[in-house]
Design a protein around this ligand. Structure first.
Ligand code: TMP
Length: 211
């Protein structure tokens, strides 16, 4: 059995990742593949419990370092119980956020030492690295306005202000520029249909073995 493929969706708030993830899952399933559509923080029962802890409450409920550790505790559980078994049986795993979100939110925007984050990434993620990361790029103002319109109870990061979200955008852009083989940038300001077409084009170009 060949290993499946691992695709992550990254970007700021309100970029439309979740809608696009569902559309990509449907397309891949239409090709007869097993698809595991999942998200972080979360994706396994234990990691979903950690999600409730980390995303609710006031903006300063956790320090950036504590958040980093919580994100990585959730990520390890998700990797061990969901992502690795799925890849091993040949499924395609598509995940709404992964390690780049910790680099951007807790690292670049939150101020956690990048050395801590990269150490956690190598010890915890090990070889479970994405084959392709789609970076949903959008001006911070547009993303925040969209996120506020759908406001729910998980608002800790939306409530951190425009400057925080501008740092985030820059951080994701920097990751995409540094790792062009893994990352494809998607213009998330375009229409839902145009974004869907761009996502599909990136998957076909970067992971041609899917044909
Ligand atoms: P989302 O489901 O709306 O994308 O929300 C998840 C939130 O968690 C979002 O505000 C980004 C944040 N987050 C981090 O801060 N660090 C991480 O490592 C991950 C995966 C998410």
């Amino acid at each position: 059995m060949t290993r499946g493929r691992f695709i992550t969706f990254e970007g700021g708030e309100g970029a439309g990742k979740s809608t696009q993830l569902r559309r990509l899952a449907a397309r891949l399933e239409g090709q007869g593949r097993e698809v595991v559509a999942t998200r972080e923080p979360g994706g396994s029962p234990g990691a979903e419990s950690i999600r409730d802890l980390v995303l609710r409450g006031s903006a300063d409920r956790w320090s950036p370092v504590t958040e980093t550790l919580l994100m990585y505790a959730a990520r390890r559980d998700h990797i061990e119980r969901v992502i690795r078994p799925a890849l091993a049986r040949g499924a395609w795993v598509i995940c709404d956020r992964f390690a780049d979100s910790t680099r951007a939110y807790q690292g670049a925007a939150g101020g956690t030492d990048p050395g801590l984050i990269s150490a956690l990434e190598s010890f915890i993620v090990e070889d479970t690295r994405p084959d392709l990361t789609l970076m949903f790029d959008l001006p911070a103002e547009v993303g925040l306005a969209r996120a506020e319109a759908r406001a729910g109870s998980e608002m800790r990061f939306e409530s951190k202000g425009l400057a925080f979200h501008q740092r985030l955008r820059k951080a994701f852009q920097t990751i995409a520029a540094a790792e062009p083989d893994r990352c494809a940038t998607i213009d998330a300001a375009a229409s839902i249909e145009a974004v869907e077409a761009a996502v599909w084009a990136a998957v076909e170009a970067r992971l041609p073995a899917h044909a």
